[in-house]
Design a protein around this ligand. Structure first.
Ligand code: AMP
Ligand code: GLY
Length: 421
């Protein structure tokens, strides 16, 4: 079987490795992939946002199934376009990817169907947004409506900060067109949990929960990043909370999307806040998380390709999705300075032992050598019988990944360990 994977980050590397466990998979094309996964996939230099290029490649190559994972191509309708030339895909169609593509759409859906989330208002006019802020409780959260590389969310402690954020988005176009509409919402408090779930539009099967570490610095300080490390499962996510989330959030979301004529198939990512008044949705993503995937998939005991195909075929209800009861930890090694300015082009070295546990993201081959080419460069994952063991082993291996300006948080998993005690 020949599989096309759209994307080129650590998440895609983890997916490709897992797909490779199925002996029926004989070829994987990664568009664009990256130099670090060249051993497991044929990397083709077509950008994940070049939908015409992706479709043309799929039309002229023997592709049996496509896996579309990044947000941009999903929101641009990559799945619809591949389906139109007869290629079955893992991932939602464009009208369902709206769940991530527009925060205003997602909030409207939750309101209409009574799915718990932060209270909010949507604004397309600056004067109305500023007038609302005059009496809004602080802190408050200002979000650009569209995709903004995970950066379009600002937690504002004071009214002045919130006014600045709204002005930056709506007038100064700091996040481009995605900020023309803003969502201003209630600030929620509590532990955050990421739950990725397989769904075929009718049935939803959650994967093991995980905990991301979004801030750049130790102790959750510094700027928001795409994620500096993860652990799974998330100890805050008890079986009781899982049950509550299934009844109040997961199933209602899947049913709401179907009722709206936008059945969602693929992986739906629930970003949850466990507040004092119950679990609430912070955000939906229409795809696997990065680096959540790097800790969740190593714990998946079922065959990934079989489960993915079940989401496409509508047969998820009768397809087992089983996870190991072990723990996993992923430590990202980034370029110092990420998520702002950082230097690139440094040769990367790692031991064979580390390489076997490492997914490569921001790297490319230059004259046959792997060099840094992005902010998050690698993610090193270990699985163990205890959380402490997984963390220890992930760091032992990540410390064997080296390049000139390498930076790692030193406390990935520490908050989860404390929660266990
Ligand atoms: P997002 O890009 O929507 O995942 O938001 C980035 C981060 O901002 C989240 O992971 C939360 O930590 C935080 N955040 C988003 N919305 C809220 C909210 N309503 N209350 C508190 N924190 C939030
Ligand atoms: N790690 C968060 C995300 O993938 O959006």
């Amino acid at each position: 079987m020949h599989i096309l994977v759209v994307g080129g980050g650590g998440r895609e590397h983890a997916i490709i490795k897992k797909l490779r466990e199925n002996p029926a998979v004989t070829e994987i094309y990664a568009l664009p992939g990256n130099g670090g996964m060249a051993g497991q996939a044929k990397c083709v230099p077509i950008a994940a946002t070049d939908i015409d290029g992706i479709v043309e490649f799929a039309r002229t190559h023997p592709v049996d199934y496509a896996v579309v994972t990044p947000d941009d191509p999903l929101v641009l309708g990559c799945v619809d376009r591949l389906n139109a030339i007869g290629i079955p895909c893992f991932g939602p169609k464009q009208n369902a990817a709206m769940l991530e593509g527009s925060k205003a759409f997602a909030k409207g859906l939750m309101k209409k169907y009574g799915i718990p989330t932060a209270n909010y208002q949507v604004f397309t006019r600056l004067d109305e947004a500023l007038a609302y802020l005059e009496t809004a409780p602080m802190p408050t959260v200002v979000k650009a409506d569209g995709l903004a590389l995970g950066k379009g969310v600002l937690i504002c402690a004071t009214r002045a900060e919130a006014e600045q954020a709204v002005t930056d988005m709506m007038v100064n176009a700091k996040f481009g067109a995605s900020g023309a509409t803003v969502v201003i919402e209630e600030f929620l408090e509590g532990p955050e949990v990421s739950v990725l779930a397989f769904t075929d539009g009718k049935t939803v099967k959650p994967m093991v929960s995980s905990m991301d570490h979004k801030r750049a610095g130790d102790g959750d300080t510094g700027l928001n990043t795409g994620g500096m490390g993860t652990v799974a499962p998330n100890p805050y996510y008890t079986p009781e909370i899982a049950q509550q989330c299934m009844a109040e959030i997961f199933l209602p979301t899947i049913r709401a999307m179907a009722a709206e004529g936008r059945p969602f198939s693929g992986c739906l990512y629930f970003g949850l806040m466990l507040t004092k008044t119950g679990p609430k949705v912070i955000e939906y993503n229409c795809r696997f998380g990065d680096p959540e995937t790097q800790v969740v998939l190593p714990l998946l005991k079922s065959d990934l390709l079989t489960v993915m195909q079940a989401t496409t075929n509508g047969t998820l209800a009768e397809t087992p999705v089983e996870f190991s009861d072990q723990w996993a930890c992923c430590v990202i090694t980034a370029s110092a300075g990420y998520p702002e300015h950082y230097a690139k082009g440094f040769p990367i070295t790692m031991t064979a032992e580390a390489a076997a546990h490492t997914d490569v993201a921001g790297a490319k081959l230059a004259d046959g050598r792997l060099v840094t080419a992005g902010g998050r460069v690698t993610g090193t994952t270990a699985v163990a019988g205890t959380l402490a063991g997984a963390i220890r082993e992930a760091y032992r291996l990540a410390n064997q990944v080296e390049f000139a300006n390498a930076y790692r948080r030193r406390d990935i998993g520490q908050r989860a360990l404390q929660a266990l005690e």
